[in-house]
Design a protein around this ligand. Sequence first.
Ligand code: FES
Length: 117
Amino acid sequence: MCDERVLCELDDLPDGGSRGLLREGLDDKLCVVRQGGEVFVWLNDCPHEHRPMEYRQDRFLSGDGQHIVCYAHSAHFDIRTGYCFAGPCTGQHLTKVPARIENGKVWIPAELPSIFD
Ligand code: FES
């Protein structure tokens, strides 16, 4: 079993919304989406041109909150699977960061997946 670390409190995440976390320089390394008691964590790395996806801080979702959108060229991703179903990288996936919730905290692996895995 790999080492884990606490990413944030579940209550820090807006239900039905998104947040960018793990800031490095000007960018947040992670895109985090909460839906009720579930949390989906993705590397903030669009497979199209390997750029951050949000249009401003913490804003990763479509207007209806149903999809992740990369605002550079409007790639649309399924929140649960990371699958790109529309846009220039259709058929590709975001890179998943496994996350689990325990005692109100969101846990992720101590080491993030590489985009080159
Ligand atoms: S960099 Fe994301 S759609 Fe082009």
